[in-house]
Write a protein that binds this ligand. Structure first.
Ligand code: GDP
Ligand code: IMO
Ligand code: MG
Length: 434
């Protein structure tokens, strides 16, 4: 049975949580494979509306095993808060498993994230401030502390001392900040270890065994591919190691690339970005305001799930999207928020870029080039009719079908799933993914 990866195709917040919640119906295991609580995945189902930062979006099905993989950066206080929040709403979290190999976000990672951002001034990345970048820096520097360490004070104490000692030298020496106290951190993390211990396991076997037994496994990506450390708009990217794009999925849960059968890329019908960095199709006019505030009265406008920041808005960028299709090896697209375009008389898609009088159709690697290019748009007629109740492709207005067909052509990938609202049932399944 297939292992399917769900990955964000743009700059994050494409609706991955919503798509995973839908696809999880058939899966036995749902696993997050990268990033940390910089991610915020919204799920609207018969249990209510939920915003998950670390817990996989399969948690609403009590019989599914939900895995937080070795590739995830785990803030244990945030995770415990999330688990308790879910339990308070009657959600069963007993089948949640946390990898003993996952890295821990420590208080000094959060401090360093904020100090580093402040020191960058006008060139700040616009991070979520959750300490995720510094946590992955420590992982790569082999100074990180892992979930397994929480269970053994004889490992936790020296590792925390080593990591904190280095962090304090940077905090005080480089940034002139206040050093962080070991004792209070140790007490907090010792306590987190005790409370998280029922969930901690070697998850590699959980995913591998389910696959071998012939069960469906869903690997839930975080962020978007254009925030990828290698392929994204560097340096305005996130720091996940392994990468949040599909290439990181196998590493982040401990399987091999040949175990993965399908990769589904989630794309909005337009485009958004939070934080700084190039965004070729960004809009600053009334269209941006209209798209941003669609559903705002229900708390569902384009404002960050994790930070509440207004999201930057633009038209669908087919050049960037096709690049993302290619480096993720996408087998299908899930197109979300189609309904947000319901009242647009005209819809634009960027089909190329103009650079110094020449037309280019590839995604430039340099930030300075991305800042200079001018998008070339194709205009399509809007449908000016609600789609939120539509459940089959043929029932979509003809202009919406034409838009979707054009997206398939430009991105060179079939649209197998269309989302026309935030709730689980507001979907048009063109081709079943499982
Ligand atoms: P994620 O990080 O990729 O999981 O996405 P977020 O949850 O951060 O942001 C997506 C937002 O769009 C959430 O508020 C979802 O509830 C909402 N959403 C997802 N799909 C649809 C859709 O098809 N239509 C509408 N109107 N909202 C959607
Ligand atoms: P989900 O999974 C949107 C962005 C931040 C910032 C950059 C680096 O909900 O799609 P970081 O805190 O990771 O060092 O910030 O990455 N970013 C996201 N943007 N959705 C996310 O996750 C994001 N995770 C990080 O806004 O620009
Ligand atoms: Mg999000």
């Amino acid at each position: 049975m297939p292992i399917v990866v769900v990955v964000g195709g743009q700059w994050g917040d494409e609706g991955k949580g919503r798509i995973v919640d839908l696809l999880a119906r058939k899966a036995k295991v749902v696993a997050r494979y990268s990033a940390g609580n910089n991610a915020g995945h919204t799920i609207v189902n018969e249990r209510g509306e939920f915003k998950l930062n670390l817990v996989p979006a399969g948690i609403f099905y009590p019989e599914k095993t939900c895995v937080i993989g070795n590739g995830v950066a785990v803030d244990p206080g945030v995770l415990l808060g999330e688990i308790e929040g879910l339990q308070a709403k009657g959600i069963d979290t007993s089948k949640l498993v946390l990898s003993d190999r996952a890295q821990l976000v420590m208080p000094w990672h959060i401090a360093l994230d904020k100090l580093d951002e402040a020191s960058r001034g006008a060139t700040a990345i616009g991070t979520t401030g959750k300490g995720i970048g510094p946590c992955f820096v420590d992982k790569v520097a082999r100074r990180g502390i892992r979930v397994a360490d929480l269970l053994r004070p004889e490992d936790l104490i020296p590792r925390m001392k080593n990591s904190l000692d280095y962090a304090n030298r940077v905090i005080t020496g480089v940034y002139g900040g206040e050093p962080i106290d070991f004792d209070s951190c140790y007490q907090a993390y010792h306590d987190y270890g005790l409370r998280l211990s029922p969930y901690i396991a070697d998850v590699q076997g959980v995913v591998f065994d389910a696959h071998r037994r012939g069960e469906y496994v869903l690997l839930e990506g975080a962020q978007g591919s254009l925030l990828d450390l290698d392929h994204g708009t560097y340096p305005f990217v996130t720091s996940s190691v392994p990468s949040s794009s599909s290439g990181g999925a196998a590493i982040g849960v401990g399987i091999g690339p040949t175990d993965i059968q399908r990769v589904v890329g989630v794309f909005k019908s337009y485009c958004t970005r939070v934080g700084n960095g190039p965004f070729p199709t960004e809009l600053f006019d009334d269209v941006a305001a209209t798209l941003r505030d669609h559903g705002k009265e229900f708390g569902r406008g384009e404002y960050g799930t994790t930070t509440g920041r207004p999201r930057r808005i633009g038209w669908l960028d087919a050049v960037a999207a096709r690049y993302s299709v290619r480096f993720n090896g996408l087998s299908a697209l899930a197109l979300t928020r189609l309904d947000v375009l319901d009242n647009m008389p005209t819809i634009k898609i960027c089909t190329g870029y103009e650079l110094d009088g020449k037309i280019i159709s590839s995604f430039p690697s340099r930030e300075s080039t991305l800042e200079r290019i001018k998008p070339i748009y194709e205009e399509l007629p809007g449908w000016m009719t609600p789609t939120t109740e539509v459940r089959t492709f043929d029932d979509l207005p003809p202009q919406a079908r034409a838009f979707i067909k054009r997206v398939e052509e430009l991105l060179e990938c079939p649209v197998d799933l269309i989302s026309v609202g935030p709730s689980r049932e507001q979907a048009v399944i063109v081709n079943p993914i499982f």
